[in-house]
Design a protein around this ligand. Sequence first.
Ligand code: C2O
Ligand code: CU
Length: 391
Amino acid sequence: MRIRFRNELPEPSSIHWHGVRVDNSMDGVAGLTQAPVPPGDTFDYEVNLPDAGTFWYHAHTKSWDQVARGLYGPLIVEERAPTFTPEADILLMLDDWRLDAQGRFDAASLGNMMDWSHAGRLGNYLTVNGMTSPDISVPANTWLRLRLINACNSRILEIDPNRFSARVIAYDGQAIGEARELDYAPLLLGPAQRVDLLVRFDTPGPVALEELSQSSAYRFATLNVADNETRQDREPTLPPNLLPAPDLRNAQMFELLMEGGAMGQMSQLTYNGRAQTRMDFMANKQVWGFNGVANMADEPFFSVARGQSVIVNVVNRTSFPHAMHTHGHHFKLLERNGQAGDEQIWRDTFLIEPDGMAKIAFVADNPGKWLFHCHMLEHAAAGMTTWFEIT
Ligand code: C2O
Ligand code: CU
């Protein structure tokens, strides 16, 4: 895919192709993989698309501000042989906006230190594809693919696919092979995460899709199932993409300790090579750390040779959940809080709860400098950003 990005903002920007295993120089991280694109300038992105699935793209310069203002979109990579007709392929991109008392986008609260040190910027108005609780018509008796993308800055969305008899067929753009009914609820969809659901409705009428993180359920969209003579019996299957399986016996292990934030503790925090004092915290707005460092040290978190399998053990010693994202690589979740992860599932973003731990593994097969950060964009800006290098 070739995209000419023209920046008509009054400030620099760049674009990241979230979840796509791109060439490092096209990853869009200003200050790491490219210079920020100045106002009025252009940048030509040339993006390889090795995997079919549900991805998205978003601004990756001052993301906490630019993404909150809506600088993002879906990026759908089709399978070689399409499995779903366009009427059966439904995109639901969710975002929670923060509106002020007049119902306008609340720009004044961008950068609010309370948000940065707590749960991030949480909105008060949920939209789907930029609309308020839209009605979407879908054919009856047809297998549908619902692609859900969480574009919120920091909100973890809660959805229960069992309420409308849907099963999961893909996480974070990667098909899992066989459709799966969840034996738990709700499904947590963290910032930047995607889930593809498979469902067929046999009776015409409305089906409510609800978000459950608040005390009362919010209907974010209605599927209006329309009569349809022909019945599609055979259940479609999505072919998984081919990703390299990590070699766990010969993997290199790394530890990432997440600290800081409100109600958390941190022994020492270094920022820009200097130990922070209490005064610095407020001035620099750096309140979270990875292994005692806030934001982008000169040295990478780790550096490995191309082809090396790595295991990263992440320990969350903060009072908040986080949504950790590896650039350029999908990983297997080996373990979460002492429980084995799922062999079939590849992800590019994982949730980790307060005082939780998670162990991920992947093959570092794409040379370059890659970010590893919390996708709660305020947390990322306030310290939860590091990088690793593949030589
Ligand atoms: Cu969605 Cu650093 O990215
Ligand atoms: Cu976070």
